[in-house]
Design a protein around this ligand. Structure first.
Ligand SMILES: NC(=O)c1ccc[n+]([C@@H]2O[C@H](COP(=O)([O-])OP(=O)(O)OC[C@H]3O[C@@H](n4cnc5c(N)ncnc54)[C@H](O)[C@@H]3O)[C@@H](O)[C@H]2O)c1
Length: 252
């Protein structure tokens, strides 16, 4: 595992314990990166890091609540001391708290803001000094079709994911001079997060009809975009959003 497009790079994948984050962590390891699998669910994070090390890669599992600045700073410090300065940040951890806007509670609103928006910003700040010092960095935020074109029943999620577009573009501008490339992915995949809309008839038919490729992706099919955005190949692309969603979003 010493060769590959991410050979020797230190990467943290938040929410790496399952779903898309797990797919990214496994693929990054195949590409030679040293991985910190960070998740609020430490058992899942440990299972992923064990899978990587069993295959000959380098990985650690780190318990982390992205919604807590202290937890993020502690995790970042531990990763830097065990693996080295963080060079690639994948801000992927996420939750949904669906409700129509007229019924949404403050808790549902703030859970989603705290995880997606605050969590991504805490991690960005936690890694930025090290990346600036090393004059190399890759930051990949995780947005969504919901953040690009809105959605029904998840205004909190849509607002948070739209906010991440602003975070991507502003961070890309501020950090370009330090050779830190910042982009976002808007994925869609079969994960625990999408189980309900994939399996309940009242949602599933409509969702599938909106996807030109007419199927859900496995997380591994999303991971390639994250490898590209973390690699040297992305040296002249920053502040962009890649939709990896079967063609669902084609314009914005
Ligand atoms: N699956 C999709 O179709 C889809 C579509 C658009 C965007 N996304 C985004 O992709 C990302 C990954 O989604 P997924 O489908 O793999 O979801 P998932 O629910 O399968 O996995 C999310 C992971 O994040 C972790 N997590 C949740 N809260 C956390 C916290 N406070 N601190 C640390 N970790 C936490 C969970 O434990 C879990 O391992 C999310 O940001 C999601 O919004 C997913």
């Amino acid at each position: 595992m010493s060769t590959g497009r991410l050979s020797g790079r230190v990467a943290v994948v938040t929410g790496g314990g399952q779903g898309i984050g797990r797919g990214i962590a496994l693929r990054y390891a195949e590409e030679g990166a040293k991985i910190a699998v960070a998740d609020i669910n430490i058992d899942n994070a440990k299972a992923v890091s064990d899978e990587i090390t069993a295959a000959g890669g380098t990985a650690i599992a780190v318990v982390n609540d992205v919604a807590s600045r202290q937890s993020v700073n502690d995790a970042a410090q531990r990763i830097a001391s065990e693996l080295g300065p963080i060079e690639i940040l994948v801000a992927n951890a996420g939750v949904t708290r669906p409700a129509m806007l007229w019924k949404m509670t403050d808790q549902q609103w703030s859970d989603v803001m705290d995880t997606h928006l605050n969590g991504s910003f805490y991690w960005l700040q936690a890694v930025v000094d090290g990346m600036r010092a090393g004059k190399w960095g890759r930051v990949i935020f995780t947005t969504s079709a919901a953040g690009i074109q809105g959605t029904i029943g998840q205004i909190n999620y849509s607002v948070a994911k739209s906010g991440l577009l602003g975070m991507t573009r502003s961070a890309a501008r501020e950090l370009a001079g330090d050779n830190i490339i910042v982009n976002a992915v808007a994925p869609a995949a079969a994960t625990p997060m999408t189980e309900k809309i994939r399996t309940e008839e009242r949602f599933s038919t409509k969702y599938l009809a909106e996807i030109p490729l007419h199927r859900w992706a496995e997380p591994d099919e999303i991971a390639g975009a994250y490898v590209f955005l973390a690699s040297e190949e992305v040296s002249y692309m920053t502040g962009q959003v890649l939709s990896v969603d079967g063609g669902r979003v084609m314009m914005r």
